[in-house]
Design a protein around this ligand. Structure first.
Ligand code: SF4
Length: 301
């Protein structure tokens, strides 16, 4: 049954001139059928460069919006409209504008995990990998950083600039279980602990490295260590195991994103049949949000 479902998805994908993109936090069966697996920005850039006219984005809503921002002429589909991101949803335009009024000299650097209309109000977007570079290149010594407080704190400790950090958090990473991580470290004393900067500071203090998902992939490739405890969403363990079958990986912190798991093979099949639900923005918002995303890509190359 599952094989038939996959065959039909792959057939329709060709028929509809579609490309399937999957975030590294997606379930294994979805990573397996995807044309590309990666982080949100990497996938959006891939979407922009693909020849396909339809993009099926297996991730959460802000990611599909970013793909649309970068590829307005393509049809961007999110197989489950209800796949939101509590971190992105914790910031809205009026509240950000109020903070900007309080700090008129500050420039707003916005994590890509944010809604498009808020991106449109920012100086530049950033990812966890390039946040410090974007902050340092912003022509102001004062930065409003939103919406993730843990990433903002992590970057502020590496910068001499003055930070005003939004008090938002990823509900999955912010409650990472420290005791679980310690137990894994006891079980695998030879392993490296890699954690995401959306986890709280007490977890970074235990880690060998604090990295975004792309950084984790590079780090493992360059390390001579054989075992790794992965302090980010559990889908990343599958991703790393696929890329590095000669290494061993385990989860650390019980980090699980329910929204990422709302995409299923059945929903992908439905989306390909109907070419919906489509993610679109009003052109003015898209254009302004594009400027913030483009500034980031100009800064980081
Ligand atoms: Fe949002 Fe956190 Fe899920 Fe990422 S892991 S999509 S930041 S809720």
């Amino acid at each position: 049954m599952k094989n038939e479902l996959i065959s039909e998805i792959l057939r329709l994908k060709d028929e509809k001139d579609a490309v399937i993109l999957a975030h590294s936090y997606q379930p294994p069966e979805i990573q397996d059928i995807a044309d590309h697996v990666g982080d949100s920005l990497q996938l959006s850039l891939t979407a922009a460069s693909t020849e396909s006219s339809v993009i099926v984005f297996c991730g959460v809503k802000f990611m599909a919006e970013t793909a649309h921002i970068l590829s307005p002429d393509k049809t961007v589909i999110l197989p489950e409209l209800d796949a939101g991101c509590p971190l992105a949803d914790c910031i809205e335009v009026p509240a950000l504008r109020s903070l900007q009024k309080l700090h008129p000299d500050a420039l707003t650097v916005l994590y890509v995990n944010s809604p498009a209309d808020v991106k449109a109000e920012s100086y530049a977007c950033c990812t966890s990998a390039n946040a410090l570079e974007v902050v340092e290149s912003a022509p102001s010594d004062e930065i409003i950083f939103a919406p993730d407080r843990n990433l903002g704190t992590f970057i502020s400790r590496k910068s001499d600039k003055t930070f005003h950090i939004w008090n938002g958090a990823c509900r999955s990473h912010a409650v990472a279980d420290l005791q679980d991580i310690k137990a894994r470290m006891d079980e695998w004393p030879d392993a490296e602990l890699l954690v995401h900067p959306e986890t709280p500071p007490e977890i970074w203090e235990l880690a060998h490295a604090v990295l975004g998902t792309g950084g984790m992939i590079r780090h493992v490739g360059e390390s001579s260590t054989k075992r790794f405890i992965i302090g980010t969403e559990e889908g990343m363990v599958y991703r790393l195991s696929t890329l590095y079958p000669d290494r061993e990986f385990t989860t650390g912190g019980n980090i699980y994103c329910y929204n990422m798991k709302k995409i299923t093979l059945q929903k992908i099949l439905y989306s390909l049949r109907k070419l919906e639900p489509v993610i679109e923005l009003d052109p003015r918002t898209r254009k302004k949000a594009y400027a913030a995303v483009a500034r980031m890509t100009e800064i980081t190359g």
